[in-house]
Design a protein around this ligand. Structure first.
Ligand SMILES: Cc1ncc(COP(=O)(O)O)c(C=O)c1O
Length: 399
């Protein structure tokens, strides 16, 4: 099919749910993506944080090929080596108290099960989520998600969900009742604007939860798998949640969601309480195991931290130069640049010049490059960003 045929058929046949960027993706390798006409892009989206070890990492491709020839599906009712290997590897890199996992197919499903687990374990019914949180769009996760626009026309939301200001321990405390089963937070908020909480926030949450017998859930779907400079963002503060949700990068693009928990939490559920036909299938697990191997062998979380520091330094320099930039924030290769205006012009400018970016709200530019992005590619991205800010500046603040 040619470019126009592909665009026409998707436009005609697909649900109208995505903001399309006019790009027909055809091939990927490392941090590069090519469209159907062979135009090359540096992909600073890594497909919404998914291609964490780069597009088509040879080790992941090989693992998927081998597993595809061996066995493509395997229900959780049967034991399977690919699944066991994945779980063993995950347990080695995750906080050590989180020994048990439920495997599903997406982030939102990982969150759904976290809520069911918290309710079953505590016998309580309420969940406190954060303002500006994003946890997915299935009904439970959507109830915890903050943005009103995502909820319009889909009400009523599930009962028992409340929202408190992110980072504000006192306000969170005020929302706790005798029915609070769990508090869910992203260690750094992604979709909601790349918001980094105050330094002791996670520690203080842990203390409150311990004191009041509430389960603490970390949604590491965007922050996990090395994105912020550690395998999981909670490892920066040494705080272990009772339940942790993972997805996106965990299997380099194959559908895999993981809800990890402490032994005593997972023991609250038993046969039939929850399930997923495809969850933890062998191809996803083989991809997941290979992804973890690559992250560890290539020391990618550590490298993400170093690359991130360099990028933040350069962004800081730009912010002193351009009024367009309000601030840059994030950690490792989870990067947000808050602008004084909508980001759409900047995104379009970058795409035209071969750099793909994301937004996190109307005026926040989000960069989630793969952790294998090279120094040369980083410098090209920074040059294009610099140019885009310069153009924006000259239009918004003419001299
Ligand atoms: C923090 C967080 N939680 C949950 C989700 C939902 O994941 P999925 O789109 O795989 O359902 C996302 C997706 O962007 C996310 O960033």
């Amino acid at each position: 099919m040619n470019r126009n045929q592909i665009i026409d058929s998707e436009t005609k046949l697909m649900s109208n749910l995505y903001w399309k960027r006019g790009l027909v993706a055809s091939k990927g390798q490392g941090s590069l993506l090519w469209d159907l006409n062979g135009k090359e892009y540096i992909d600073c989206t890594s497909n919404y944080g998914v291609a964490i070890v780069g597009h088509c990492h040879p080790k992941v491709v090989e693992a998927v090929k081998l597993q595809t020839e061996q066995l493509m599906s395997c229900h959780g009712a049967y034991f399977n080596e690919a699944r066991s290997k994945f779980l063993e590897k995950l347990n080695k890199v995750a906080p050590k108290e989180l020994t048990r996992s439920f495997l599903s197919n997406s982030g939102t499903e990982a969150v759904e099960f976290a809520f069911k687990l918290a309710k079953k374990k505590t016998g309580k019914t309420e969940i406190i989520a954060m303002m500006n949180a994003f946890h997915g769009k299935s009904m439970g996760a959507l109830s915890a998600t903050w943005k009103k626009k995502y909820k319009e026309g889909f009400g009523p939301m599930l009962p028992g969900f409340k929202h408190a200001p992110y980072g504000n321990i006192q306000k969170i405390n005020e929302n706790i009742t005798s029915e609070t089963a769990a508090i869910i937070v992203e260690p750094i908020q992604g979709e909601g604007g790349i918001n980094v909480p105050p330094q002791d926030f996670l520690k203080q949450l842990r203390e409150i939860c311990d004191e009041k017998n509430i389960l603490l859930i970390f949604d590491e779907i965007q922050t996990g798998m090395g994105r912020t400079g550690k395998m999981f963002a909670c490892q920066h503060s040494g705080v272990t949640p009772d339940i942790m949700c993972i997805s996106k990068g965990v299997a380099s693009g194959l559908p895999l969601g993981v809800t990890m928990s402490k032994e005593e939490v997972m023991s609250a559920v038993g046969i039939g309480d929850h399930s997923s036909t495809f969850g933890g299938g062998p191809i996803q697990c083989a991809a997941g195991a290979a992804t973890i191997d690559v992250l560890v062998e290539e020391k990618l979380p550590e490298k993400a931290m170093i690359k991130g520091k360099y990028i933040f330094e350069k962004l800081h320099e730009m912010s002193t130069k351009y009024k367009t930039i309000r601030e840059s924030r994030g950690m490792g290769l989870m990067i947000g640049v808050e602008l004084r205006f909508e980001v759409i012009n900047i995104m379009n400018f970058c795409q035209e010049r071969g750099v793909l970016t994301l937004e996190a709200g109307r005026n926040i530019l989000r960069l989630l490059p793969s952790l294998v992005i090279t120094q040369n590619q980083i410098d090209k991205v920074l040059n294009v960003l610099n140019e885009s800010f310069e153009v924006e500046e000259s239009e918004r603040f003419p001299r």
